[in-house]
Design a protein around this ligand. Structure first.
Ligand code: DGL
Length: 269
């Protein structure tokens, strides 16, 4: 048993897709979420900058005596993690492997789409992982840089003409490729699942990196006998680097509970 918290971080709201899964599946675990909302988006920044931000995010969470970290950010996972994860003793879980594994398992045709930030798509990390899990697959990728700012502004719902237009603009090419599985390779994108699914059609299965990685972490903690005691209520804290207000409102909607008393502003060094 290990009652220390699990740390989860992202540039903004996207990592809540992992957080929600962890809250639902592991009500006994203490969870600490960091959203670097003062510097979102990470997706188009240089590799050096992303590595610098990732180290600061990890070191902030390590300051809370955590037992594991979920890098609930596709950009950090694809661009920085390989280089920096060896610097820390605490186990760090990125989103690429669990997500690619799930997509490889779900696809029948072997035709898999990948959408993500510019850096994640250019890294080719999801494509390489898919080839390892299902050699001979065809992957088709597309960067969707406008999705993150739209999600951060709450433009996520069916019927919102702006997000529907942007989804059409980005995903039309992919729809023509007859994929049967689509990796939402940035953790923000599952907040757009309804709109994306409406556009791609019911024959395309969507894979959420945050959720898959949360499931993978649970499995690993169970195997290592490192879950929290089952008879305790888990506590949740959220930290953001910009003001708490906008985050509290959107995060409460997404988490389906009022988290406003649990959010604090912090600085990263
Ligand atoms: N949610 C993140 C990702 O998965 C970050 C997006 C961004 O900050 O550009 O890539």
């Amino acid at each position: 048993m290990d009652n220390r918290p699990i740390g989860v971080f992202d540039s903004g709201l996207g990592g809540l897709t992992a957080m929600r899964k962890l809250v639902e599946a592991m009500p006994n675990e203490d969870l600490i979420y960091l959203g670097d909302t003062g510097r979102v988006p990470y997706g188009g920044r240089s590799k050096d900058t992303i590595i610098k931000y990732a180290r600061q995010d990890i070191e902030f969470l390590l300051g809370h005596d955590i037992k594991a970290i979920v890098v609930a950010c596709g950009t950090v996972s694809t661009v920085a993690l390989e280089q920096i994860s060896g610097e820390y003793d605490t186990p760090i879980f990125g989103v690429v492997e669990p997500t690619a594994w799930k997509a490889a398992k779900l696809t029948a045709s072997g035709r898999i789409g990948i959408i993500g930030t510019v850096n994640s798509v250019n890294s080719g990390a999801y494509d390489r992982a898919i080839q390892r899990f299902r050699p001979g697959s065809y992957t088709f990728s597309k960067a969707c840089p406008l999705f993150v700012p739209l999600v951060e502004n709450g433009r996520v719902n069916r019927g919102d003409r702006v997000i529907e237009l942007v989804v059409e603009e980005y995903l039309s090419e992919l729809r023509e490729q007859e994929i049967d599985t689509l990796i939402l390779g940035c953790t923000h994108y599952p907040l757009l699942s309804d709109v994306i699914s409406d556009f791609m059609g019911s024959g395309v299965k969507l894979v959420s990196p945050g959720e898959e990685t949360a499931e993978y972490l649970i499995k690993k903690l169970r195997q290592a006998d490192a879950l929290a005691q089952p008879d305790r209520p888990g506590r949740h804290r959220y930290y953001v680097t910009d003001s708490t207000e906008g985050f509290e409102r959107l995060a409460s909607l997404f988490m389906d509970s009022d988290i406003s008393g649990e959010v604090s502003q912090t600085e990263l060094f």
